[in-house]
Design a binder for this molecule. Structure first.
Ligand code: PBG
Length: 326
C-alpha cells in the first residue's frame, strides 16, 4: 500500500463517490426524542439552560409527539415534573401521575409511536436523589421496590419500553420480575447500564428541578475514570434481563460505547445528554460553530463508536436534515 499507486483522495473527489463508500449512516428510526411533561391545561415553558427545549403540558406534548412521528422518529422518552415532590417520590408511582397520564394521551393519539419511560424517582423526590434517603444514605433495596412499582404503573398506562436510570444495584432484575408477575413479560427493558456521575447532566437537573439538595450522585452513578466497571455494569444488567443497554453521556464516553460494542451483541443506545445539547446550542448561538453540521457530526460519531440508537434532544433536527438529504 503505497503512493503513488494508491491515492486515498480518489474516493473523496465528489459527493456521490463519498456517499458510495460511507461506512456509517444515521437513520431517523433509530432516534429517541426526550420530552419533559408537566401538569397544566395548556402551554409550555422554555428551559432556560436548554434553548429550544420545553416543559410541556399534555396538549403541547401531543403536538410534539405528533410532529416527531410525522418526521419518522420511532420513539420518545418521557420525564415528568410532578405537582409536589416528597421524600419518597410518590407521584413517580402514582397510576395517575403526570407521566402515566402522558403515556395514555400519547398512545391514544399516536399508538404507533413507541413510548419509553425513564424509571427513576429523582424527578419526584424533595431531596433530588434517585433513591430513598435515610440518615444521609441512599438506600438500595428499599429503592428498587419502588422502581419496580413505578415501572409497573408505566406498563399499565401503556408504555412500550421502560428505562431504569437510577443505578441502584439489582433494579433491572426487580423490574423484570414485577413486570413478568403482572403479565408484562413482553415489555422490553432498556437499562441505563453505564451511567456516569457526570457534570453534563446539569441542564437536565434545571429542567426537572432535580439537583440533589445535599451531596452528589457519586455513591450510585459511575466514576468517569472507570472503563472496566462499565463492562461489569453491562454484564450484570444483561444477566438480570436487560434487552438493550445504554451508555450515558455519549460524546465524552465514545470509548466505552466501542468497548461494549466489541463485547456484547445486544442493541446499544447512547444518550447525548442535556449538557452536550446545551454546549452545541450555546456555541451556535454565539456564532462560533455551525449548528446543523455540528449536530450531524456529533450524532455520526456516536454511531461510528458503535451505538445503534441515539437519545437526543436534537432528534427532530436530525430527522429534518436527513429528510432534506443533508
Ligand atoms: C435520572 C436521569 C437524569 C438524566 C436522565 N435520567 C438525571 C441525572 O442522573 O441527574 C439526565 C439526562 C440529561 O442530562 O439529558 N432520572
Amino acid at each position: 500500500m503505497s503512493f503513488p499507486i494508491h491515492r486515498l483522495r480518489r474516493l473523496r473527489q465528489n459527493a456521490p463517490l463519498r456517499h458510495l463508500v460511507r461506512e456509517t449512516r444515521l437513520s431517523v428510526d433509530q432516534l429517541i426524542y426526550p420530552l419533559f411533561v408537566m401538569h397544566g391545561k395548556s402551554g409550555k415553558a422554555e428551559i432556560s439552560s436548554m434553548p429550544g427545549q420545553y416543559r410541556l403540558t399534555i396538549p403541547e406534548l401531543l403536538k410534539e409527539t405528533a410532529e416527531a412521528h410525522r418526521l419518522g422518529i420511532s420513539a420518545v422518552i418521557l420525564f415528568g415534573i410532578p405537582k409536589v415532590k416528597d421524600e419518597v417520590g410518590s407521584e413517580g408511582y402514582d397510576p395517575d401521575g403526570i407521566v402515566q397520564q402522558a403515556i395514555r394521551a400519547i398512545k391514544d393519539q399516536t399508538p404507533e409511536l413507541l413510548v419509553i419511560t425513564d424509571v427513576c424517582i429523582d424527578e419526584y423526590t424533595s431531596h433530588g436523589h434517585c433513591g430513598i434517603v435515610k440518615n444521609g444514605k441512599i438506600l438500595n433495596d428499599e429503592t428498587i421496590d419502588l422502581l419496580a412499582r413505578m415501572a409497573l404503573t408505566h406498563a399499565e398506562a401503556g408504555a412500550d419500553i421502560v428505562a431504569p436510570s437510577d443505578m441502584m444495584d439489582g433494579r433491572v432484575g426487580a423490574i423484570r420480575m414485577a413486570l413478568d408477575e403482572s403479565g408484562f413479560e413482553d415489555m422490553p427493558i432498556l437499562a441505563y447500564a453505564a451511567k456516569y456521575a457526570s457534570c453534563f447532566y446539569a441542564p437536565f437537573r434545571d429542567a426537572a428541578d432535580s439537583t440533589p439538595q445535599f451531596g452528589d450522585r457519586k455513591s450510585y452513578q459511575m466514576d468517569p475514570a472507570n472503563r472496566l466497571e462499565a463492562l461489569r455494569e453491562v454484564a450484570l444488567d444483561i444477566d438480570e434481563g436487560a434487552d438493550m443497554i445504554m451508555v450515558k453521556p455519549a460524546l465524552p464516553y465514545l470509548d466505552i460505547i466501542r468497548e461494549i460494542r466489541d463485547r456484547i451483541d445486544l442493541p446499544i443506545a447512547a444518550y447525548q445528554v442535556s449538557g452536550e445539547y446545551s454546549m452545541i446550542k450555546a456555541a451556535a448561538l454565539k456564532g462560533w460553530i455551525d449548528e446543523d453540521r455540528t449536530i450531524l457530526e456529533s450524532h455520526l460519531c456516536i454511531k461510528r463508536a458503535g451505538a445503534d440508537i441515539i437519545l437526543s434532544y436534537f432528534a427532530k433536527d436530525v430527522a429534518r436534515m436527513l429528510r432534506a438529504g443533508t
